[in-house]
Each structure stands twice: as C-alpha cells, then as structure tokens.
Design a protein around this ligand. Structure first.
Ligand code: PEP
Ligand code: MN
Length: 336
C-alpha cells in the first residue's frame, strides 16, 4: 500500500503518522520525489481501512499496490532510479556500456582487453572468474586468481569492474569488485540473493533462461527487501523454440520492465544471440527500445577464447560499434 502525502504536509504530523504505522507492525519505505512524497507500507495491509488513512490530514491519497514486488514497483517509486557507481551514473537517461571478455584468462589478456575497451569509450570492464558452465569439463574460470587479474586491470585502466558470483561463500573475495553480477542460472538462487541484499554494492541481476519478467522482478525484490537498493536488471535472451540464435532477445522486455519498475534495465546482446555479427543490430535495437546500457563481450583473440568466442567482438569491431552506440544514444535521447 502506498500513502501519498499532501504537498507541504506538516512534518510533525507526518512523523506521528509514521510512528503509528511502525507501531502497527509495518516496515516503511519512504520515497521523496520532486512530484510527490510517498510512504510505502510493507507488510500485511489487509487489516488497514483505507478510509481511516484518508481521514488523516496530511494524506492526499492511498493506493494499494497489486504487484507482489513492492520495492521494485514503479508505483512505489515513480521516478527512475539512478545508480552512481564510482561517479558513473546509470538509469534515468544515463547510458553505460560494460565490455570485456566472457572469462578472465590471464593477467595480460584482461589488461589488454581492458585498455582496448577503455580506449573505445567503454565505462565498465566485465570478465568472469567464476564461470557457470553447462559441462563440468569445460573451463570453469580462474577463480581467486582471475579476480586478482581483474582488479589489476581495474587499477591499470581506472575502469570499474563487473564480475559474476556463484556462491555467497565467495563474497569476501568480491570486496573490491564494483558491480556483482548474478548470472542467468542463479537468478532464483534465493539464498544468494538474500546475502546480496545485505550489501550496499550494486548488483547486476540477469534474467533467467526461462523466467518471466515478474519472476525477474521478484528476484530483484529479494535484494531490495534486504536493504540493498542498488539493482540493475539485465535482459540477456530467453529460451524459445528458435534455434538460429543461442537465445531469443526479448526486446519487449525493455519497455515492459520500464513500465513495471524504476530500476535501470540493460541488455546483453552477446549471450542473447551467441553470434558476433548479431551483436551490433541487437545493441542498436536495445537502445531504440529504451535500454539504460549494454553489456558486450569483447576478446583480443576470439578464436582462441576459452569461453564464448563465437559471440565475442574483436576490439576493432567493438570500437566501430561504440561509435554507433554513442550516436544512437544521442539520437534517441533527442527523440524522447
Ligand atoms: C556471462 O555474462 O558471462 C554469463 C554467463 O551470462 P548469463 O548468466 O547471462 O548466461
Ligand atoms: Mn559469456
């Protein structure tokens, strides 16, 4: 339930209202927008009489939220959330590009790619140290050593880093990581999500291979409910009957999520397609559909990549794409 406060409401009365609500067992979620001030009630509101609230002087209106995700819902937070990650903003008209290899393979490889993508204008460096692979015999990532190489590349380039976590047990290793990625396969690892909810670090939450958008939002809700409001959602393609591409990019997920939630939404055209030549058109489509950013795989030698070489761009291809991305972002910003 959302309580919309009157503009210029008496602050003492607002404080008394908050105390009463807390006393009745609710958790409060406060949202101070430019248009309105809201109090979100978290808890079982079925016993609350709306008329009781409407009769209170400082209250303009009361609305029940139908969605099971309360904190992620746009009705609770009408304005776009803007995350500030080391001075780089994402959401609310701020567009960011995350680029780098699927996996960290060596100190030289990650540092070289980091330098290349930085020179092309990427804002964040990606690279996996803990890799969720279908086969237990496939390269699993360099683990602690991979993170060390990634942090070296961060130091060398100044790019903030994004990397995937597979188990909450590894959290101590992620202290200097700027954005923790929850991969598609862990979108519903609820115990992991609860642990991430205890942090204040930004979490990049990828949509599961066969999960609905409401399920994605419920997973985000786990993190938000724990007190971590720094969540970025990522559409990365879903399983369909189509076999021409690795997954099917659900382009409508972007405007649908934008209607349902205030959280930033980015797109991963690399995993969505699995094919290098499709990364550019899907990136541009994502921008046109309103995405707040992109996460793109780039490798200095895709043919030799230990993971996802077929979908990785060369640094030269990425450089050319970045120019088109910048122009497209500008074009659609003017259009909207
Ligand atoms: C990745 O980003 O390398 C990855 C494994 O992605 P996803 O979880 O979307 O498959
Ligand atoms: Mn990958």
């Amino acid at each position: 339930m959302i309580i919309i406060l009157k503009q210029n409401a008496n602050q003492d009365q607002v404080e008394r209202l908050k105390e009463t609500l807390i006393h009745r067992g609710f958790k409060l979620h406060l949202s101070q927008g430019t248009e309105a001030s809201l109090i979100g009630l978290i808890g079982d509101t079925s016993s609350i009489q709306e008329d009781w609230l409407r009769a209170i002087d400082v209250i303009e209106d009361v609305k029940r939220i139908r969605e099971p995700y309360k904190k992620a819902s746009r009705s609770m937070h009408p304005e776009d959330s803007i995350l500030d990650i080391g001075g780089r903003k994402i959401g609310g008209g701020n567009f960011q590009v995350i680029a780098g290899p699927c996996s960290i393979e060596s100190r030289e490889q990650i540092t070289e790619v980091a330098q290349d993508v930085k020179n092309s204008g990427a804002h964040f460096l990606r690279g996996g140290a803990f890799k969720p692979r279908t086969s237990p015999y496939a390269f699993q990532g360099l683990h602690e050593q991979g993170l060390e190489f990634l942090l070296n590349a961060k130091q060398a380039t100044g790019l903030p880093v994004v990397t995937e976590i597979m188990s909450a047990e590894h959290l101590p290793l992620f202290e200097d990581v700027d954005v923790i990625q929850v991969g598609a396969r862990n979108m519903q690892n609820f115990e992991l999500l609860k642990e991430l909810g205890k942090l204040q670090k930004p979490i990049l939450l990828k949509r599961g291979l066969a999960n609905t958008l409401d399920e994605l939002l419920m997973s985000a809700e786990y993190i938000l409910a724990g007190g971590n409001e720094n969540v970025i959602l990522c559409e990365r393609g879903i399983r369909t009957f189509e076999t021409s591409t690795r997954n099917t990019l659900d382009i409508s997920a972007i405007p649908v999520l934008k209607q349902k939630t205030h959280l930033p939404v980015i797109v991963d055209p690399s995993h969505a397609s699995g094919i290098r030549s499709l990364v550019e058109p899907l990136s541009l489509a994502a921008i046109a559909a309103g995405a707040d950013g992109l996460i793109i795989e780039v490798h200095n030698n895709p043919e030799k990549a230990l993971c996802d070489g077929a979908q990785s761009l060369t640094p030269e291809m990425f450089d050319a794409l970045m120019k088109k991305i910048d122009r497209s972002v500008e074009f659609f910003r003017e259009l909207s």
